[in-house]
Design a protein around this ligand. Sequence first.
Ligand SMILES: [Zn+2]
Length: 152
Amino acid sequence: MEGVPSWSSMPLTVCAVPHGRDSATAITAAVRATNARLGFDALVMSPGPSCEIVLTTGVPHEAGWMDSAGDARFTERDGKVQCDIRISNVHGELEDLVMRHELGHCFGLAHDDFGASIMRPEQWPTPERTIPPTLTDDDVELLQLTYGPGLR
Ligand SMILES: [Zn+2]
């Protein structure tokens, strides 16, 4: 992925732009789950207007999206890097999976192909799945080393 930022400070502020029922709650849950997995507060919800991540849900699907149900792009606004996440009109567990996947892109993570990795390109809830997808141990370690408290 091109243009991956080296975020200079943590936590990153997340501004939620929810369209649709329950999405605001889902965004907060995805942020909490990501922080819990990383073991430190990498993300914090912000009322705006300044935010490093803008997470918009309920967006009509656009051609050229990186993922089937969402996209994360880096833009520059007023000289500051911003990660814009757009998520299509998905709900429930799929919405949660796509959000946590796109948040991974905002940290600079690329796709991988591990069975239980949240960074697999395709994330579909399946009844036979026994391990819920999450950041891999390697990704967690990388993000802790890169962004973890006390290391900057
Ligand atoms: Zn992706």
